[in-house]
Design a protein around this ligand. Structure first.
Ligand code: HAM
Length: 414
């Protein structure tokens, strides 16, 4: 065991795992560019206040999960627990916005939340995040959900459920909150968990989202937000549903879908998978029209989502690495220079592969070539060196091999 080990909830990703992350990132870039999105890279560290003001003081993320510390000049900084707040800050700070502008931005990278690590949940995790900034129209909500679905389909995922809700707006949500508070006043609050007893007064919507069985049972008959939407929110939500239906994307309504962050208004959604157990949410998002203003910027509507890459990687299963083109098997130590130079020539011509370095027996070197899954074993033994030749062994068909001059290796590869 090494003297110094990694921190709990932080993970090293070796090629068998990091290949999956690379595939997810590449697919996201390809799919999102079809929708006109470009990449925004924001810093991992931000001022703590950014997250308190955007995600909300009453959320678990802000109360329990942030990696916050004082820097050398006693400024409170936080490692981003999510991307949206930083994207909004960057967008406001850039001064790019003007009325009518629509901006499509995606971000990829690590996020940090001090949660209890388990399968698909880490303290350093990775998100694929996308934000559509500018349109107030409900069609934009549908467009980002369709883009998310296109991404998940492009990585080969099936059996996913889209859950949809509307959280109303500053006009109708207070009315609903009042109805909820009245409902809580009529039940035996002692049966709620400690967090929910407090939230029932401060942030009653969050009680609806609590996973504790006692809280779920007690709030079974709570009023539904969907019965309290105002005259602006009803048609907005209807249009989102209509566009998704016309696009052929099935969804289920979940009036208890509150989401863990406080900046949402109107449409919210989550994508879940039955295949990954308790951490079923692979992606989530929604509209957050009030966020830019709350951060001191212009009043800009926006909608977006984020996917957890660890959870997507779990669903991908094992990925086959592509087969390398060659493995240079050194059988004679006089061939050690030639081996590296031969590999270099092949790589410059666009082929991929490895070199064994040390001279060894034919048997051990071919075993190595086999293990690397290379299509060609390039053998450099005593006779090959003497004649400036290479023996090329087809590693995918037994018994096929030929010996050719150095300069003719490329055209003779299997
Ligand atoms: P979120 O629901 O907090 O939303 O996170 C989105 C996704 O990140 C989750 O569905 C989950 O897959 C993944 N995730 C969250 N925490 C962890 C963790 N500890 N370990 C592994 N995966 C995790 C947001 O972050 C919003 N910013 C999404 C958004 C963008 N809304 C609008 N624009």
């Amino acid at each position: 065991m090494a003297d110094i080990q990694k921190i709990k909830g932080f993970v090293d990703l070796f090629p068998s795992e990091s290949d999956k992350f690379t595939f997810l990132e590449q697919t996201a870039r390809t799919v999102f560019s079809r929708y006109g999105f470009g990449e925004l890279r924001t810093p991992i560290l931000e001022k703590t206040e950014l997250f308190c003001r955007s995600i909300g003081e009453e959320t678990d993320v802000v109360q329990k999960e942030m990696y916050t510390f004082l820097d050398r000049k006693d400024r409170s900084l936080t490692m981003r627990p999510e991307a949206t707040a930083g994207v909004a800050r960057a967008f406001i700070e850039s001064g790019l916005w003007q009325p009518g502008l629509i901006s499509r931005l995606y971000s990829l990278g690590p996020m940090f939340r001090y949660e209890r690590p388990q399968k698909g949940r880490q303290r350093q995790f990775h998100q694929v995040n996308a934000e559509l900034i500018g349109p107030v129209e409900p069609q934009a909500d549908a467009e980002v959900i369709l883009m998310l679905d296109a991404f998940l389909k492009a990585i080969g995922l099936q059996k996913l459920t889209v859950e949809l809700n509307s959280l109303g707006c500053p006009e109708c949500r207070p009315v609903f909150k009042h109805a909820l508070k009245e409902f809580f006043a009529g039940i035996d609050a002692a049966g709620l968990c400690e967090d929910c007893r407090r939230r029932a007064g401060t942030n009653p919507l969050r009680v609806l989202d609590c996973k504790v069985p006692g809280c779920k049972a007690l709030t079974k008959d709570a009023p539904s937000i969907l019965d309290h939407l105002c005259d602006h929110c009803v048609p907005h939500f209807e249009t989102v549903k209509t566009v998704l239906t016309r696009a052929g994307l099935p969804f289920t309504l979940n009036p208890r879908l509150v989401r863990g962050l406080d900046y949402y208004q109107r449409t919210t959604f989550e994508i879940t998978s039955a295949d990954i157990g308790a951490q079923a949410s692979v992606a989530g998002g929604g509209r957050y029209d009030g966020l830019f203003k709350a951060l001191g910027g212009p009043d800009i509507p926006a909608v977006g989502f984020a996917c957890g890459m660890e959870r997507l990687a779990l669903l991908l299963g094992q990925m086959e690495r592509p087969r390398p083109d060659f493995f240079v098997a050194v059988l004679d130590e006089r061939a050690e220079d030639a081996a590296v130079l031969l590999a270099q020539t092949l790589r410059e011509a666009g082929f991929s592969g490895e070199v064994s370095y040390k001279a060894g027996s034919m048997k051990s070197r071919l075993r190595q070539a086999d293990k690397s899954r290379a299509r060609n074993g390039l053998i450099l033994g005593e006779s090959e060196i003497a004649a400036s030749q290479v023996t090329i062994k087809n590693m995918t068909v037994a018994g096929e091999q030929k010996t050719v001059p150095w300069a003719q290796v490329i055209e003779n590869l299997y």
